[in-house]
Design a protein around this ligand. Structure first.
Ligand SMILES: [Zn+2]
Length: 99
């Protein structure tokens, strides 16, 4: 059954989004969700729950190590591709001799 415009508007009057409540971290001053650990420094109630600074540093080092590894691998692969190309040209030359 069709609703009136006022019924629709009354229903939608509760659909507005609210900004999430935020608290200020006492350790680093960043805003975080109340009753939750600060995601910037890993502190909650003045106590370090997770050493996020060390985790971020370790993650950056892992990513760098992986990038270096990929770079080294790419340098290893490039010469082998050149060798494969030269082998292919040799095979082509043999085929031409046969025909
Ligand atoms: Zn913090």
């Amino acid at each position: 059954m069709r609703h009136t415009r006022s019924h629709t508007k009354n229903r939608r009057s509760h659909h507005a989004l609210k900004a999430p409540a935020m608290a200020v971290c006492k350790n680093c001053g960043a805003s975080h969700r109340p009753h939750h650990m600060c995601l910037e420094c890993g502190f909650y109630k003045g106590r370090q729950v997770i050493d996020l600074v060390a985790q971020k540093k370790a993650r950056a080092e892992r990513i760098k190590a992986k990038k270096d590894m990929m770079k080294a691998q790419a340098e290893q692969i490039a010469p082998t591709e050149a060798e494969a190309a030269s082998e292919a040209s040799v095979e082509e030359a043999i085929d031409e001799k046969k025909s």
